[in-house]
Design a protein around this ligand. Structure first.
Ligand code: SPQ
Length: 439
C-alpha cells in the first residue's frame, strides 16, 4: 500500500508489481486554474470556475489576489471571483507570498507592473533560486520599474507600478510564463505588445484572454495584445491536467497488466507532447470522446501496458512536454534501447534542477543514465531496483519516482512525499484506488 503521511511510499508484499486498473479523473489543470483567478480578477463581473485545482500553488494565487482586494469564494466545488476590471486592484497591505509557484510570481508581475501602486512579491526557498531576469528584462523594456531584492536576481521582487509602453519582445526562451507576463503587462501599455518565442509554448493565456474578450491575435509562435480592452467575466470548466495524467499514462504503460481510463483530460497540442512521445515509444494509447470544453480540447485517455522502446526528443517538441520529462525519463529507463533528450536546458530552472534530480534518482535505482548539458541519455534496462528517492521538494520528481517504484519489488522510499500537494493532493489515493482494483 501507499502511505502518504510518513516519509515512505512502499510497494509491498508480492515480488511482482501490482497492475493499475480502472478509471480516474485527475484534478483540474494547474496552468488554467491559475489563469482563471488572474483573468477573473481583472475582468468585470463574477467569474465562476468549476474543477479548479485545489493544489497549494493555485491557492497561493487566490491568496495573492485576495490581498489585492479581490473577493474570492472557494467552496471546493466551484470558485467565484468577483472581478473589478482592469483597474480595480487595490494596493496590498503586505508582501504577496507566491509560495512555490513560478506561474504565480511571473504572471502576477506582468499585471502588477502596470498598476498605480507599489507591491512586493516573495516565495519559498525554491522560488528564491528561480530566474526572474527573464521577466525583468522585457518588463523594463516596456518601461516598468521592477527590481530583484535578492543578489542572485531572483525573488523577492519589488514593483513600482506605472504606465507602460508597448513593445516587440523576442524571447530567448520558449516560456509560457514569460510570454504571459509580457502579454498581461501589454494590457496596461500604450500601444500594442508582441511576444515572439523560438517555439510555441503552452497557449492557455492566449485562448483564455480571447475568451475573456481581450483583443489578442496569434501567428505561429508570435502573440500580439492590444491594450485597454475590457475583459468580461466567464464561466470556466477546467479540464483535467495532462501533466498529472502523465503519471498514470506512464504507470499504465510500464506496470505489467495495467489498463487505465483517464477521464476528462486537457489535450491541447501545446501541452500534449507526452502522447506523441509515448506512442512513438510503442505505447498503446487511445483518445476517446474528444471534445472542446471552455475553448480547450479535452478527451478521455485509455492506456494499456505496452513494450516500450527508446526515442529521441528535442527541438519544438520540448515546450509541449517540459513538465512531463521526469516521468518520460522513468519510462525510458525501462524501455528497450536508447532514449536521447536534448534542447531541454529549461529543466535546470524548475522547482529543482530536474536534469540533476532525475539523474541522481534514476542512478540510485540502477538505471543507465547520463546527464548532458541540455538533457540526458538513457539506455533502458529490464528492471530497476528499490532505492531511497531525494525529492528535493519537487512535486514532479516525487510523483515520477513513485511511478518508478510501482515497477520494482520493494518499491521506493520518498524523502518528501507530501510535496505532491503542490499540484496533485489526491495522487496517492488515486494510485491506491487503481491498485485495489487488481486485488
Ligand atoms: O508554476 P511553476 O512552479 O513554474 O510550475 C511548473 C510545474 O512543473 O508545475 C514548472 F516547474 O510548470 C510551469 C511550466 O514548466 C507552468 C507553466 C505555466 O502555467 O505557464 C509554464 C511552464 O513554465 P515555463 O517557464 O516554461 O513557462
Amino acid at each position: 500500500m501507499f502511505q502518504n503521511r510518513c516519509a515512505t511510499v512502499v510497494h509491498m508484499q508480492s515480488q511482482t508489481p501490482t497492475p493499475l486498473r480502472g478509471e480516474i479523473s485527475v484534478p483540474g489543470d494547474k496552468s488554467i486554474s491559475h489563469r482563471s483567478i488572474m483573468f477573473g480578477a481583472i475582468a468585470n463581473g463574477v467569474t465562476r470556475v468549476k474543477n479548479f485545482l485545489q493544489g497549494a500553488d493555485c491557492l497561493s494565487t487566490i491568496s495573492c489576489f485576495q490581498k489585492l482586494g479581490i473577493e474570492i469564494e472557494n467552496d471546493k466545488t466551484s470558485v467565484l471571483i468577483h472581478g473589478k476590471g482592469l483597474h480595480g486592484l487595490q494596493p496590498p497591505a503586505q508582501t504577496l507570498d507566491v509560495g512555490n509557484s513560478g506561474t504565480t510570481i511571473r504572471l502576477l508581475s506582468g499585471i502588477l507592473a502596470g498598476q498605480n501602486f507599489t507591491s512586493e512579491l516573495r516565495g519559498d526557498a525554491s522560488i528564491q533560486k528561480r530566474p526572474m531576469e527573464r521577466i525583468i528584462t522585457p518588463l523594463q523594456q516596456m518601461g516598468a520599474d521592477i527590481t530583484s531584492l535578492n543578489e542572485n536576481g531572483c525573488a523577492p521582487l519589488h514593483i513600482a507600478g506605472r504606465k507602460l509602453n508597448g513593445t516587440v519582445y523576442h524571447s530567448p526562451v520558449s516560456s509560457a510564463q514569460v510570454k504571459s507576463c509580457v502579454l498581461l503587462a501589454g494590457l496596461y501599455a500604450d500601444g500594442q505588445t508582441t511576444v515572439i518565442e523560438p517555439f510555441l509554448s503552452r497557449n492557455h493565456t492566449e485562448l483564455m484572454l480571447q475568451g475573456f474578450g481581450a483583443h489578442l491575435s496569434t501567428d505561429g509562435a508570435a502573440a500580439t495584445i492590444f491594450p485597454d480592452c475590457d475583459l468580461q467575466a466567464q464561466e470556466i470548466f477546467v479540464p483535467g491536467d495532462i501533466s498529472s495524467a502523465a503519471f498514470f499514462i506512464a504507470a499504465g504503460l510500464i506496470v505489467p497488466g495495467s489498463e487505465i481510463l483517464l477521464k476528462n483530460v486537457g489535450v491541447n497540442p501545446t501541452r500534449a507532447g507526452i502522447l506523441t512521445v509515448a506512442r512513438e515509444m510503442g505505447g498503446n494509447i487511445t483518445l476517446l470522446n474528444e471534445r472542446s470544453v471552455s475553448g480547450e480540447p479535452v478527451a478521455d485517455i485509455l492506456v494499456k501496458h505496452s513494450s516500450l522502446h527508446g526515442t529521441t526528443i528535442g527541438g519544438d517538441m520540448i515546450p509541449a512536454l517540459i513538465d512531463e520529462l521526469p516521468v518520460i525519463a522513468v519510462m525510458a529507463s525501462v524501455a528497450e534501447g536508447q532514449t536521447v533528450i536534448r534542447d531541454a536546458g529549461e529543466l535546470k530552472v524548475k522547482e529543482s534542477n530536474r536534469i540533476d534530480t532525475i539523474t541522481e534518482n534514476l542512478s540510485a535505482m540502477g538505471a543507465d543514465i547520463t546527464a548532458t548539458e541540455d538533457g540526458m541519455v538513457i539506455t533502458g534496462k529490464e528492471t530497476l531496483h528499490s532505492a531511497v528517492i531525494s525529492c528535493h521538494n519537487d512535486h514532479r520528481i516525487a510523483m515520477s519516482f513513485a511511478v518508478a517504484g510501482l515497477t520494482v519489488a520493494g518499491g521506493v522510499s520518498l524523502d518528501a512525499p507530501d510535496c505532491v500537494t503542490i499540484s496533485y493532493p489526491s495522487f496517492y489515493t488515486d494510485i491506491d484506488s487503481l491498485r485495489r482494483n487488481s486485488e
